[in-house]
Design a protein around this ligand. Structure first.
Ligand SMILES: [Zn+2]
Length: 344
């Protein structure tokens, strides 16, 4: 049940996220891609990814395989083809570290489609999302994760990597969580990956370094757009449209940072994820394991999950959270480098 509920919830998240942000017929030519002379649309990989031919309609592409990913792409951008396999593998390690979940050794690789342009992406979206396609086709900049499959197009900039890392976390949670998480937990933790950067062939995870979220948060102070904590926790992206969307995402980004910055909150968060990965979260919260897999489930579990695993004293928490928001938005003191995974 829970996988379905996640899917339904994801439809809401991903639609709004995309608006806000941003057939395989493989003929195995199988060897280390790096040993092959680069052609006009191919590049030498720095990782141990392997390449197969892949065709999307009449467009030539390739499938890049790594231990945890199957990346199908029609992009001819050498930089993307070279860096993305390594980037996703090292980002996967960050997903595991932050969630507290161990890497999966023998799981089926997760599919990521990176199309060369929006037109190809739209055609792929029709195939993958079927009747839901009209909703996804409203996305103008980036991509989405649907039923555990990421579908992006190449933005020809580092933004492609940020979107891949955000959507990749949704994908990771889809595959690892048997119970749906509250919206505040899933969307918040995904925003932490928007600022992954490639440095010397590895992804560097620096979640505080997110100017878009930080600036949005800064603008909230003194405005009426600030979303009170209880309302923030109890809703999902579908409840915060238009102007409120930026407030919703930036506040969840800061909430996720705050939770990760406090050992007791981080421990509670990890417990929640572990239980969800074992199909035990909803039962622990007193929900029937047969509970309807509907969007309303997110609203039902949102506050109980927060009170159980983060803090039951909402008012003191909110005071401290607001203060943290001021810091992380640069209002009180300059931002300092900070890494969630330091020392772990
Ligand atoms: Zn998201």
């Amino acid at each position: 049940m829970n996988r379905n509920s996640t899917n339904i919830i994801e439809r809401w998240y991903k639609t709004i996220l995309g608006l806000a942000l941003m057939a395989s017929s493989g003929l195995l030519v199988g060897c280390e891609f790096g040993a092959r002379p680069p052609g006009p649309d191919r590049a030498v990989l720095t990782s141990a990814a392997t390449s197969e031919r892949w065709q999307f309609g009449d467009v030539e592409g390739q499938k890049l395989s790594t231990p945890h990913y199957a990346i199908y792409t029609t992009s001819g951008e050498r930089d993307l083809i070279t860096r993305l396999p390594e980037f996703m593998e090292s980002t996967y390690a960050h997903y595991c570290r932050l969630s507290g979940l161990p890497p999966e050794r023998d799981a089926k690789p997760m599919s990521i489609y990176v199309l060369a342009n929006r037109q190809q992406w739209a055609a792929m979206t029709e195939q993958i999302t079927g009747p839901a396609a009209p909703t996804y086709l409203k996305i103008q900049n980036g991509g989405y994760s649907y039923n555990g499959i990421c579908v992006l197009w190449d933005l020809k900039s580092d933004a492609t990597f940020g979107i891949a890392a955000h959507e990749g976390m949704h994908q990771f949670l889809h595959h690892r969580m048997k119970d749906a998480l509250p919206a505040w937990a899933e969307e918040g933790v995904c925003t932490l990956f928007e600022s992954c950067r490639m440095v010397k062939g590895r992804s560097v995870f620096k979640p505080t370094d997110n100017p878009i979220r930080s600036n949005d948060l800064h603008r909230l102070f003194g405005s009426s757009a600030w979303i009170p904590l209880e309302k923030l926790l109890g809703g999902d992206a579908g409840d915060f449209l238009g102007e409120q969307s930026n407030a919703y995402y930036s506040q969840l980004w800061a909430l996720a940072l705050y939770i990760q910055s406090e050992p007791r909150y981080r421990a509670g968060f990890e417990t929640m994820l572990r239980l969800a990965s074992q199909d035990e979260l909803h039962t622990a919260l007193g929900l029937s394991s047969q509970a309807d897999a509907t969007r309303s489930l997110v609203h039902v579990i949102a506050l109980p999950a927060f009170e159980r695993y983060i803090d039951r004293n909402m008012r003191p928490f909110e005071r401290n959270y607001r203060e943290y928001c001021r810091k992380v938005s640069g209002e009180v003191q300059p931002k300092k480098p900070w890494y969630v995974n330091s020392g772990r």
